[in-house]
Ligand binder design. Structure first.
Ligand code: RIB
Ligand code: CA
Length: 315
């Protein structure tokens, strides 16, 4: 397997943080060109700081972090402090990272990096709202042939929404940007709640995480302890789904997933179903298939991969 060059665009968030640790722990497979951050779970000034914290925690302050868009393209911002806490990574004792934030805007980092690359060379990993990538596509459409594929966490089909009955957070937070990305013609792998809701950090899995030696295991355990929904009556167990690490796991072991090439459109008209991913799983509309929609995951092997990799990080 040759090294895959990637740009990560995220909104840390505890699950984004674990995704970053998985990516940082996989240098043989992934070359991280940089991390752009976006307003999402918490405001941009926190998501960019949190990304730098996680890079420093992993001993990878060499990875550049950029701040992108502060708000969605059209809609008023929504956040998720009720899930992630006011720092965005509650459970972890946050600190001011030593590595500075890059001065270049995250959108311009995405454009400059892609335009300097060969066609089909760089893969984008999106685990927050799609604002940065959508703005980059509008500002410089020439980036589109440069993108090998987009692997994103977002949407829901068989599962219902987690923020509105028909909408998942990343899509609902900026549905117009998602509309641009899903309509871009890029090779898109969408990993939605249908898959990620199967990756709950159950008490048994948390006990395994607790046994990972050193500060990284402790940090992951502490973050996921806070992130736990703590409502087994409603969800069937303690724990919360590790949504965002599924994107990096897909790049590392795509065989853990099953997907189907289908048409997916984003609802941007109806207030009632705003941000819905309308997945034509059975091809009844005749609309152009534009997304590889993930619908299965080997969640035990996912956790085995995740925890083995995180245990490799220093400290
Ligand atoms: O709906 C889950 C997604 O929204 C995850 O990316 C989580 O971090 C939040 O951004
Ligand atoms: Ca996220």
């Amino acid at each position: 397997m040759s090294t895959i060059p990637i740009i990560i665009d995220c909104d840390p968030g505890q699950d984004d943080a674990v995704m970053l640790l998985l990516a940082l722990a996989s240098p043989k497979e992934l070359k991280i060109c940089g991390i752009s951050t976006v307003a999402g779970n918490v405001p941009l000034e926190l998501t960019q700081r949190n990304a730098r914290i996680i890079c420093e925690l992993a001993g990878r302050s060499d990875v550049s972090v950029y701040a992108g868009c502060k708000r969605p393209l059209v809609r008023p911002p929504i956040t998720a402090e009720n899930v992630h806490g006011h720092t965005g990574i509650d459970g972890f004792n946050v600190f001011e990272p030593t590595a500075p934030l890059e001065e270049l805007h995250g959108v311009d980092f995405i454009i400059d990096t892609l335009m300097a690359s060969a066609d089909g060379e760089i893969t984008l990993v999106l685990t927050g709202p799609h604002t940065n990538v959508a703005v980059a596509m509008v500002k410089e459409p020439g980036i589109i042939p440069k993108i090998a594929k987009i692997v994103l966490m977002g949407g829901a089909f068989r599962e219902k929404g987690n923020t509105q009955p028909s909408a998942e957070f990343n899509i609902l937070a900026d549905p117009h940007s998602a509309h641009i990305v899903f309509g871009s013609g890029c090779h898109i792998v969408a990993i939605g709640l249908d898959v990620t809701n199967k990756t709950v950090a159950t008490p048994e899995r948390m006990r395994t995480i607790e046994r990972i030696p050193g500060k990284i295991g402790q940090a992951v355990h502490d973050m996921l302890t806070f992130y736990d929904r703590k409502n087994p009556e409603k969800y069937g167990s303690f724990g919360s789904p590790l949504h965002d690490p599924c994107t990096v796991a897909y790049l590392l072991k795509p065989e853990l997933f099953a997907s189907k090439l289908v048409n997916v459109e984003i609802e941007i008209q109806s207030e009632l179903t705003m941000g819905e991913t309308v997945v034509d799983f059975w091809g009844v509309t005749g609309r152009r298939p534009n997304v590889h929609w993930a619908h299965q995951i080997d969640h035990d092997q996912f956790y085995s991969l995740l925890l083995n990799r995180i245990a490799r990080l220093p400290g």
